[in-house]
Design a protein around this ligand. Structure first.
Ligand code: BV8
Length: 265
């Protein structure tokens, strides 16, 4: 059995059954994802303590302009390691379930806080990448995009520099204290207040402005579902369903409940 299908003995939790009814009738679905959707692909979440040589650092202390200004080599070695890990990772049934929703719901807007590129590799079209991507790189002075030479320079233990002006290149991600890309944030906010169903998958809802999107959706009348093994940071109200469990298990179960596959003859 492909790992995307729900095992016969997987009983559907009441939250999944109720939310599946709403999902099946959705006209415009927004999916917001965080690091938890990539956990089953082997990529650590921000809540997981960093291990090995990174154990003495916190992501919040590395993902800042100040850290890059202070020690660009340290920050680039962290991002170089994460680029390699993301490349070696594979999309999991959670990513694939989210991609499949695009063929089942009339309109789907995927908003991700993740920078690992796994949604695109799972087949999701044009995810709104609120916090950028590990695989985009830009000049720290001019803001121009450059990607081709980064891996070669990192492998040679050299800091990648802009071929036009010589300034350091930096990872094309949004660091703490930096503004999100205007167009991405505008698309995310517009979709969150226009959708009728909002599904949050694998995020602790602690980093703003992304963390405010589910509340915006609920305030605009959307039904909100939270897929997470741990209770979410969101206030649970009647419009918010907690779908407890791992993304790679709950999403296939949710799709199977909402769109039962015809019994194989
Ligand atoms: C902004 C990219 C304003 C980089 C990231 C003081 C000064 C400045 C700003 C602030 C401040 N105080 C507060 C702020 C705002 C700040 C913020 O929110 N801080 C927090 C800490 C309070 N936000 C910002 O700085 C943002 N910018 O506000 O700019 C501005 C405006 C104009 C002009 C100038 C400035 C920028 C925030 C973006 C930072 N960049 N990432 C990189 O990746 O290296 S954030 C990064 O951390 C992620 O992208 C994500 O957003 C966040 C981690 O959260 P999650 O993804 O939710 O992951 P987490 O580990 O927390 O949770 C995982 C969840 O999954 C858990 O619930 C777990 O139970 C669950 N889970 C585990 N396994 C599974 C699972 N779920 C399902 N299945 C499983 N198998």
């Amino acid at each position: 059995m492909s790992d995307d299908r729900v095992s016969d003995d997987q009983d559907t939790s009441p939250g999944v059954a109720r939310f599946a009814t709403r999902l099946r009738a959705a006209r415009h679905l927004v999916v917001l994802t965080g690091a938890g959707v990539s956990a089953e692909s082997g990529l650590p979440t921000f809540r997981d303590p960093l291990t090995g040589l990174w154990a003495r650092y916190r992501p919040e202390d590395l993902a800042t302009p100040e850290a890059f200004a202070r020690d660009p080599a340290l920050v680039w070695s962290w991002y170089g390691m994460r680029r390699d890990a993301a490349r070696a990772a594979l999309p999991n049934p959670g990513h694939r379930g989210i991609a499949r929703l695009e063929s089942l719901v009339p309109r789907v807007t995927l908003i991700t806080q993740n920078v690992d590129g796994l949604h695109r590799r799972a087949g999701s079209s044009e995810p709104v990448e609120l916090h950028g991507s590990l695989f985009s790189t830009r000049c720290s002075r001019e803001g121009t995009m450059h990607e081709g030479l980064v891996d070669r320079e990192l492998e040679a233990a050299r800091l990648p520099r802009c071929p036009d002006c010589g300034a350091l290149l930096r990872p094309g991600v949004v660091w703490f204290g930096e503004a999100l890309p205007e167009d991405a944030l505008r698309r995310a906010q517009a979709a969150s207040t226009a959708c009728d169903v909002f599904l949050s998958v694998g995020t602790s809802h602690q980093v703003y402005p992304a963390a405010g999107l589910p509340a915006s959706a609920a305030a605009a009348g959307a039904t909100v579902g939270i897929v997470d093994p741990a209770p979410s940071g969101l206030g649970m109200s009647e419009a918010v369903y907690h779908l407890p469990g791992k993304a790679g298990e709950v999403l296939p179960a949710l799709l199977a409940e909402a769109w039962p596959r015809p019994m194989s003859s």
